[in-house]
Design a protein around this ligand. Structure first.
Ligand code: FAD
Length: 456
């Protein structure tokens, strides 16, 4: 008998419950990836992620070939393609990972109904995309945690699940056609510094991280120029790395760095369990604040300046340019640029979130939308009106201006303190730097935000 394993955001062989289950119940499997027209039509297939995905598929195929199998790639409507393949291969069952978005829920429902109509079964496995399944722990009286700390406590108490190695042999029927694998080089419009994808790369990065980066993480994770975070986020997004395995490897290493890192991995699960329970918050406020976000020409022009990294606030511009150049941004940069857009410019978080999703290689509905909401104060945060001051953030997290120098070369010769506030330079010196004046005074931005939100 035969099973189809439908790959989505879980592009790996290690620690893969759907593949394990299929191999234990069937002699042959068909590992399938569908280039889903639905995701492309929703505008979610941004160039950086499409290119990274091509790496992931190539590496998955190579891993399967080493084990005697291969990856089958099709494109079209995901449900129609799975059903067609089930017919073609005369498969008995389909295995896949549970997703958390509204789209993933609908895909699962449609697929289940279509397969059952043909007398086949769909098995949906949780704890593939997250370390702990959404809904595995809940507070009294609700289907999800809205506050992180109690979630983290319960999450951390759960007994770890066994993390499986990659299967040794995967037998795939010979006669099933596959489209050619998509090529990274064929994707245009990618960021020049885009990272490489694939499970092999993810495993290499994880090992290097646990050996050389993890121990210092607690002290260095906010250092913008130090770039001392794991950079595992795109791998966690595409599932080339198992989050449960990342937790387990960090815990085995131990120490305060590992504890801080595991806590961040829990944030990822936290946001996923919120989105799984409230799929609408991908677009709607989790907690509305009656915001009267700015719109109109001035707001649009300022948003453009923000996107292009020419707000006149060096650390904001550095982070926005890192996003464009690498398809990735340091977490501290994400926090302060999102605060700048939503609080200082008082522009709707959805506009910023969309821009991030167009560029981020780790762009992820749960993590992106909920972090944006957290910063905008419409989400699960407890300090909705906090505003991050970009000058203070810069002084604190980039004291010598090295991050600014890297991404804003116009200011490369400028030392502290002026690198944080170039407008304070004496006029004749200021004229030497081809760099914009601040878009808005911080105090004016603050007043406008307070008025918009109705804060006394
Ligand atoms: P590390 O510091 O090494 O952390 C390890 C892992 O923990 C990360 O890979 C990530 O999976 C998880 N993690 C860390 N911080 C967070 C967090 N605040 N929330 C959820 N998970 C976290 N992360 C994404 O994966 N995709 C996004 O689209 C995304 N958008 C964001 C938007 C905004 C406005 C903000 C403030 C944060 C966003 N983040 C997002 C969270 C965080 O910035 C990134 O996960 C992190 O910077 C990735 O780099 P890293 O892998 O080196 O992180």
């Amino acid at each position: 008998n035969l099973a189809v394993v439908l790959y989505t955001s879980d592009l790996r062989l290690h620690d893969h419950p759907p593949l394990r289950a299929a191999l234990s119940s069937c002699d042959q499997v068909v590992p399938l990836f569908v280039r889903d027209r639905g995701i492309e039509a929703a505008g979610f297939a941004a160039p950086n992620r499409t290119a990274f995905l091509a790496d992931c598929l190539a590496d998955l195929d190579a891993g399967l070939r080493e084990r005697g199998g291969r990856l089958v790639v099709r494109s079209g409507d995901v449900v129609a393609e799975v059903c067609a393949l089930v017919q073609e291969a005369d498969a008995d069952e389909v295995h896949m990972a549970a997703g958390v978005s509204a789209y993933a829920h609908a895909r699962e429902e449609r697929l289940r109904a279509a397969l059952e109509a043909e007398g086949r079964r769909l098995y949906v496995h949780d704890m593939v995309v997250t370390a702990v399944a959404p809904g595995a722990v809940t507070p009294a009286g609700s289907d999800h945690f809205a506050v992180f700390t109690p979630y983290f406590r319960r999450w951390a108490e759960l007994p770890p699940r066994a993390v499986a190695t990659a299967p040794r042999v995967v037998r795939v029927p010979e006669d099933l056609g596959s489209e050619p694998l998509p090529a990274r080089a064929a994707v245009s419009g990618t960021s020049p510094g885009l990272a490489a994808g694939g499970e092999s790369e993810a495993r290499r990065l994880l090992t290097r991280w646990v050996r050389h980066g993890l121990a210092a993480y607690q002290d260095t994770h906010d250092d913008l120029a130090g770039d001392a975070t794991s950079r595992l986020s795109p791998h966690l997004h595409f599932g080339t790395l198992s989050p449960a395995e990342a937790v387990q490897r960090a815990r085995a290493a131990g120490g305060p760095g590992a504890e801080a890192f595991v806590r961040q991995l829990c944030w990822r699960d936290f946001h996923h369990q919120v989105l799984a329970a409230r799929p609408a918050i991908a677009a709607a406020d989790y907690r509305g604040r009656q915001d009267r976000w700015r719109s109109g020409k001035a707001a649009e022009e300022e948003t453009e300046a923000w996107k292009e990294g020419r707000t006149g606030y060096p650390v904001v511009d550095a982070a926005m340019r890192q996003l464009r150049e690498e398809g990735w941004m340091h977490n501290r940069g994400r926090l302060l640029t999102a605060s700048f857009l939503t609080k200082t410019l008082y522009v709707d978080w959805r506009i910023g979130a969309r821009h991030f999703l167009e560029l981020l290689v780790d762009g992820d509905l749960a993590n992106n939308q909920l972090n944006w909401q957290w910063v905008a104060g419409t989400g699960t945060d407890t300090r909705p009106n906090r505003v991050l001051n970009p000058v203070r953030q810069s002084l604190r997290y980039d004291p010598e201006g090295r991050y600014v120098h890297r991404w804003v070369p116009e200011l490369a010769g400028l030392g502290a303190p002026y690198v944080h506030e170039p407008w304070r330079l004496p006029p004749e010196e200021r004229a030497r730097y081809d760099y914009p004046e601040p878009l808005v005074q911080l105090s004016d931005g603050l007043d406008r935000f307070k008025r918009g939100r109705g804060i006394e």
